[in-house]
Design a protein around this ligand. Structure first.
Ligand SMILES: [Ca+2]
Length: 248
């Protein structure tokens, strides 16, 4: 039995870790393309710097919404919905999730695809899996990222956010693998394609227990599903409020 790969707090042990982790990944079902991407991955110093410098902001809801540009997201979101009503109606028919929620998430996560990140997903997520701080949380996402390479959803050079979040709505790779949907029908789940990304997001919310036709404001049945998307209370409240304004 291969020894478990041991974590590290600097880049110096990364290459050794990769070699050990490759055995673990292979055992978990990662194929040749994924293993190749692992071999090519590089210690992501910017990811570690970002991770070490995370500050917990304690914004009020109104301050959070102001800082995140909620009014702009709502007005742009309403235009997006009005210009493509059939697309959003089809998503709601299939997954039960109203347009406003999906559009609010899309706007909050990437400004509707304008800022999807500048870090290599595979390098970022394998670095976080290697780093001792939250290894056990990130290892399944690292395996997920390698499987996404196997199935062609991403490549070794695909860019995402500093913690490996990818595509229009910034899925962590493990969630992308589990909940990804090929809504365009081209045989590939592409999180950088807005159709696939929003269908995948709707699928995630539905699988987490979204109840079609029920409300999603605080105190209503679907609010707890929004909590599954992001752990921050002000984020959850903002999505609910912006969603209602977009749909209103
Ligand atoms: Ca597709």
């Amino acid at each position: 039995m291969a020894a478990a790969a041991s974590c590290g707090n600097t880049g110096s042990g990364f290459e050794t870790w990769k070699a050990n982790f490759a055995a673990q990944a292979k055992k978990a079902g990662v194929g040749n393309r994924g293993l190749q991407a692992l071999a090519q991955s590089q210690y992501a110093s910017r990811t570690i710097a970002a991770d070490r410098n995370q500050k917990s902001f304690r914004y009020s809801l109104s301050k959070f919404m102001q800082v995140r540009g909620a009014d702009t997201i709502v007005s742009q979101g309403r235009r997006r919905k009005a210009s493509n009503p059939n697309f959003y109606a089809a998503l709601e028919r299939q997954y039960g999730v109203p347009a406003g929620v999906l559009i609010a998430i899309h706007g909050m996560e990437t400004g509707f695809g304008n800022f999807m990140g500048d870090s290599r997903v595979v390098s970022a997520i394998t670095t976080l899996a290697y780093d001792c701080r939250r290894s056990s949380f990130f290892i399944p996402h690292a395996i997920g990222a390698l499987k996404l390479v196997d199935n062609g959803s991403i490549s070794a050079s695909t860019l995402g956010a500093r913690h490996g979040e990818l595509g229009h709505t910034q899925f962590l790779p493990g969630n992308a693998l589990t909940y990804g949907v090929d809504a365009t029908g081209d045989g590939r789940v592409d999180f950088y394609n807005v159709t696939d990304a929003l269908a995948s997001t709707a699928n995630y919310l539905r699988k987490k227990g979204w109840k079609p036709g029920k409300g999603y404001q605080e105190g209503q049945p679907n609010f707890r599903v929004i909590k599954e998307w992001n752990a921050a209370t002000v984020y959850q409240q903002a999505i609910a409020i912006m969603g209602a304004r977009i749909d209103g």
